[in-house]
Design a protein. Structure first.
Length: 462
């Protein structure tokens, strides 16, 4: 008699399912079978009979199953500086907050990462990303602290190892003591990639090369960062075309707009994604489409900082990969990605395309498959398909906030933020009934308050 298979299966039935596959396949009532950390099968009706080693069955009546949400832009450390400079535009906001940010240390960053990750994860994010670019001298192992927090939480994670080498004395915005040398930043980035990046299909941790922004980095750091990323075979990330002030800055300093400047340094390509991209003309969008450069759309942060409305419908029509981002929680204090589905749809309808800008399914695609594309992981996450990794969410849609909306996808995009009954990453459940299973939320909240107060005291002392 043959030994039983070691594969363990979870069977979920009676759920509405939005696969977000290439055909936008949906099931009004269907099943999902997980085998270890992969999606084994899914479809309409009941699951196949006689499945072996079923360790759990879930009756998902009243729920919608979607791919896990994918966050494509964030700054975790800002969790402990929320609610400051609330009426500033981007440049003034940065000037106000850089002196405080430049005093962060490893303990602050660890706790801030825990808070940022917890808020996203309990709201349906299964793949998170952090663009960390502030590395004060003597502050400890900040990259290790962030990656450790993500591992503890159980979320899939990309660290965009950022850097700054253009300070106030060089015409940039950060204080002089808040930046690295060009050589030091490149060396530290390479070390981080070699230490933490996992390129495997099942990878839980990846690293990208991510110089911060045109007004905080030298041209050499941008150009050499692109060369480094391609030599190491990892993706690259930075901020681009966020404000009219940035556009003016680039023309004055480099004699060209941000997109042309990025292309001149090699920082466009299918291995690159940019945050924001609010102020893009037709030529800029065409360049992104031609080079397959991705975009992290951050609607709430763009509104908070009065940056403007990104031309997302035009980008999508041109074939530009677009995902959603929370952005740092000093410019999006809620820190949640599932609310960005709704905000992306509503804010884009204020633009030139009005009611035709985005629909509910396009918004869901931005937050799932679009994000996977932008992070270079569309072959293994972002949609519910057999063989892909088991990252998915069960949204409760039969309660007060959603039960009278007939269409499930419309319910979670247009309606209030839907409760997360369960969230799975790599086949393991990390959320149950809107509470995290892997960490203690109350402890994280207390620690975050303590570290926020400690940072405020240190910053006040100058």
């Amino acid at each position: 008699m043959a030994a039983p298979s070691a594969t363990q299966r979870i069977v979920i039935e009676n759920a509405a399912i939005a696969t977000v596959d290439a055909n936008d396949t949906e099931y009004a009532s269907g099943y999902l079978v997980v085998a270890d950390n992969r999606i084994e099968s899914l479809g309409a009706g009941k699951a196949p009979e006689n499945l072996e080693n079923v360790v759990r069955r879930i009756d998902a009546t009243g729920h919608l199953i979607t791919p896990g949400l994918v966050n494509t832009h964030h700054h975790f450390y800002q969790w402990i500086t929320r609610g400051l400079a609330t009426d500033h535009n981007l440049f003034n906001w940065l000037v106000a907050l850089y002196p405080t940010w430049a005093r962060i240390d490893e303990q602050m960053v660890r706790v801030a990462a825990q808070g940022s990750l917890a808020m996203m994860a309990r709201g349906g994010v299964t793949t998170a990303m952090d663009h960390h670019y502030v590395f004060p001298q003597g502050s400890g192992d900040l990259s290790g602290a962030i990656i450790g927090a993500a591992s503890e939480m159980g979320v899939r994670f990309t660290l965009a190892r950022g850097s700054m080498d253009r300070s106030e004395k060089d015409g940039g915005l950060p204080p002089d003591f808040a930046v690295e040398t060009t050589e030091g930043a490149l060396a530290a980035t390479e070390e981080t990639v070699k230490k933490f990046h996992d390129a495997s299909f099942d990878s839980m941790t990846q690293v990208a090369v991510a110089p911060c922004s045109p007004f905080s980095i030298s041209t050499e750091l941008l150009r050499e960062g692109a060369a480094l990323g391609r030599r190491l075979g990892v993706r690259m990330h930075t901020h681009g075309s966020e404000t009219v002030e940035e556009e003016k800055f680039c023309h004055e300093l480099f004699g060209m707009g941000p997109t042309d400047y990025f292309e001149s340094t090699g920082f466009l390509g299918e291995d690159v994604w940019m945050a924001h991209c609010v102020h893009m003309n037709d030529s800029d969008i065409a360049a992104f489409a031609r080079t397959k450069t991705g975009v992290a759309h951050c609607p709430s942060s763009n509104a908070r900082l009065a940056a403007g409305i990104a031309r997302v419908p035009d980008m999508l029509k041109a074939g530009v990969p677009v995902g959603l981002g929370v952005d740092g929680t000093a410019s999006n204090e809620s820190g949640e990605l599932h609310t960005e589905l709704r905000n992306a749809l509503l804010i884009n309808r204020l633009g030139a395309h009005r009611e035709s800008a985005l629909n509910a399914r396009q918004a869901l695609r931005l937050g799932t498959y679009g994000g996977a594309q932008v992070l270079g992981r569309a072959d293994n996450i972002g949609s519910l398909e057999a063989g892909k990794l088991a990252d998915f969410v069960l949204w409760k849609i039969d309660g007060l906030g959603h039960s009278s909306i007939a269409d499930p996808v419309t319910a979670i995009v247009f309606g209030a933020a839907a409760p997360v009954t369960a969230s799975f990453v790599n086949g393991k459940q990390i959320v149950e009934n809107n509470r995290l299973l892997t960490v203690d939320e109350d402890t994280i909240a207390r620690d975050a308050r303590t570290e926020a107060q400690r940072l405020a005291r240190i910053a006040a002392q100058g």
